[in-house]
Design a protein around this ligand. Structure first.
Ligand code: BGC
Length: 488
């Protein structure tokens, strides 16, 4: 025993390979992978709005089929996310990303060459599968690879890439729309898919997954070259203790009482990210621009690129800079407050705009306030609920069940993304735009107090320390519930 310990401490750490004299090469590659998974998610989320009108013309699509073409990606993503939960544990995190990349590239090729409606619809579903798989595997890989001190930053890069993907899609739509080149718009999404494949092919799996399948030396090599630092074996022992329970984890285990609180937090965050209205506001942005005087579709597209696309990207950088410094919860409090104020302003102004439309007479004060409200809303989401939700979902579950539990939370995110997008217009028709924004504002307030009461702060803790904190919390609760006489 003493010999092993001596041998362990005697091992001198290998100096890290640096690039640009600054970044650890392998950590940089982890960042790149996460960026690729986010890019394909974002590009695909954004591109269809510009392509749809041309696709509808080419294939003479009914309204229902247009809805199918738009929404089946989300449906595919829901199932893809669940499948990723199984794949990530069985074949590993890295191979799961490869599978996501292949499906995405095949689907993108299929939709851009589609000879008819059904090839298009099936390809959209396949792309959705790829996006769903990548949306679980990317953040999971980042969270398990990154050092605790920077983990928030790494997972938030995923959200940054989502926003860059949406912006690039908006730009592609603007450039290719005049010629009606919808096949190129959709076909361009092959690029992030193939890039993901190329980068993921050369990457190792995560130390935690290697430990789970009994490959300690691979785990050690990966930890040494990606994270480095002292006492590698001590850290591996701590991970191993957590991971050992991983064998034969079943889906029903995500409902185990010991996991219940983490599961509620993960699902709650995923649902609140969608029901507070981000995709509805992005979707409605063209109408908002129309109401403040951007009358032609071209003007509206440029306004969308600048005030939705760019603001979304830039504000996400705030999260990257601050998430590991100030923590996850302060960002959520600030973001949800900004979103609530903006929604209330938009709710009031859209009532005014409804009675005094401005088309043709230049922007009104209510129109301008609505526009500012929209920018504040998007910026507030972009530095809070956007990146923080993906970060927390990838941190709060124990190693043994992380893949499946993240898959369930992510599937809820996709399901509510689908529900909100599909029902937004009907809700607006039924209760009016002002009341709909008001409803989103109320949901933001509920989210604020729920975060305060239920969500743990994970800043600076290792994934194993986060688990200990849950266990201690549960122990305290059980003890405080015990009847007085039990203490004697
Ligand atoms: C959400 C997407 C949303 C995007 C906007 C992501 O975190 O999951 O539904 O469209 O942020 O930037």
């Amino acid at each position: 025993m003493a010999t092993t310990t001596q041998a362990r401490t005697a091992q001198t750490p290998v100096p890290p390979r640096l690039i640009f004299g600054r970044w650890r090469f392998w950590l940089f590659m982890v960042g790149l992978i996460v960026i690729m998974t986010g890019l394909l998610f974002g590009y695909d989320q954004g591109v269809i709005s510009g392509a749809l009108q041309f696709i509808a013309k080419t294939f003479h699509l009914s309204t229902t089929l247009q809805e199918v073409v738009t929404s089946w990606v989300t449906l595919g993503a829901l199932f893809g996310a669940l499948l990723a939960g199984v794949l990530a544990d069985r074949v590993g995190r890295q191979k799961t990303m490869l599978i996501g990349g292949v499906l995405f590239a095949v689907g993108a090729l299929g939709e851009s060459l589609a000879p008819g409606t059904w090839t298009l619809v099936v390809s959209r579903f396949v792309i959705g599968f790829g996006v769903g798989i990548a949306s679980v595997a990317g953040p999971l890989y980042a969270a398990e690879m990154a050092p605790s001190s920077n983990r928030g930053r790494y997972v938030s890069s995923y959200q940054l890439a989502v926003t860059i993907g949406i912006l690039l899609a908006d730009i592609a739509d603007a450039v290719l729309s005049p010629g009606g080149h919808w096949r190129i718009m959709l076909g361009l999404s092959i690029v992030p898919g193939v890039l993901l494949l190329v980068v993921a092919l050369f990457m190792p799996d995560t130390p935690r997954w290697y430990l789970a399948v009994g490959r300690r030396s691979a785990a050690r090599d990966t930890l040494a070259k990606v994270v480095g630092g002292p006492d590698l074996d001590g850290r591996l022992d701590t991970m191993q203790a957590e991971v050992s329970a991983a064998k034969s984890v079943k889906w029903k285990d995500v409902l185990a009482p010991s996991l219940r609180r983490a599961m509620w937090v993960g699902v709650g965050l995923a649902v609140f990210q969608q029901v507070t209205g981000i995709n509805a506001v992005i979707y409605y942005s063209d109408e908002i621009f129309k109401s403040v005087g951007f009358t032609t579709p071209h003007e509206q597209t440029i306004a969308t690129i600048i005030s939705v696309g760019c603001v979304n990207v830039l504000a996400t950088l705030i999260a990257i800079a601050w998430i590991d410094k100030f923590g996850r919860k302060p960002l959520l409090y600030a973001g949800l407050t900004g979103m609530t104020v903006a929604l209330v302003a938009m709710a009031i102004c859209s009532g005014v705009l409804g009675h005094h439309p401005t088309s043709g007479h230049g922007p009104s004060t209510a129109g301008i306030v609505t526009l500012i409200g929209m920018i504040v809303f998007i910026a507030s989401f972009a530095f809070s609920l956007g990146p923080v939700v993906w970060t927390l979902i990838s941190e709060i579950f124990p190693n043994r069940i992380r893949g499946k539990a993240m898959a369930v939370a992510t599937a809820f995110n996709w399901a509510f993304c689908f529900i909100v997008s599909a029902s937004f217009l009907s809700i607006v028709n039924a209760i009016g735009l002002g009341t709909t924004f008001g409803l989103f504002a109320v949901l933001c307030v509920i989210a604020f107090f729920w975060v305060r009461a239920k969500v743990p702060e994970t800043k600076g803790k290792s994934l194993e320390q986060i688990q200990q904190a849950w266990a201690e919390h549960d122990k305290h609760r059980q003890e405080s519930r015990k009847p007085e006489y039990a203490a004697d």
